[in-house]
Ligand binder design. Sequence first.
Ligand code: DGN
Length: 256
Amino acid sequence: MAIGIFDSGVGGLTVYKTISEHFPELDMHYLGDTARVPYGSRSQETVINYSLQCAGFLVDNFDIDTIIVACNTASSYAIDHIRKKFKVNVIGVVEPGSYSALQVTENNKIGVIGTRATVRSGSYVKALKAIRSDVEITQTACPLFVPIVEEMLVDTDIADMVVRHYLDNMMTTGADTLILGCTHYPLLKNVIAKFYPDIKIVDSSEAIIDCINELKLNVNQHSKREIYLTDESPAFETLKNILAGGITAKKAVLKP
Ligand code: DGN
């Protein structure tokens, strides 16, 4: 048995890396839809359609029993559709991230950052309120964070300026907890912590580890790792050594 992970591109490798570290013996197949990234600026209908194709690729080609929807945008719009269509376990990042944030907040005030589409969907707000209705939530879309990560600008003044540009206002709301609601944002964790050392940062990729543990998956001891991309990706070449152990990507062709 194995896990299939998909993302709109290569950002989901943050999730792949976290799972690899926690479950080194598990077989994992990653699909990045690099031909059609970003999902964050697309319509709900398109995100659902693309996400079903990605899930279909994983189910058709590998003996998987679990799909991890690493992409927050896809998790926000398509998780119910994927659960309905495929008879495997489906874990997204929104519910586990919300649950973790509610575990750590001390003042019941939570900030959520993500792509425009994730923020617009209100998925984190719904998930948080479903668990605790009186929680106070502030959301901010941070569209420049993705290019900063993919252009390897994390350790520069540009990253510092952009982090402050998006987050200074949010920090005045008194939120004590911040959900990183986008695959790329964990790579900016240190920059965020540098400017807002008191904020508790929730990384959804870590939050899903408990969900995988709960599934009690049978492991084969193969530790097979495969990465598929729907198109060449300069961002993959940039990030593969940091996030994917230097593995070479194979070409994926998705069925329409
Ligand atoms: N993977 C996307 C997400 O987590 O929302 C970010 C990249 C994108 O599609 N914009």
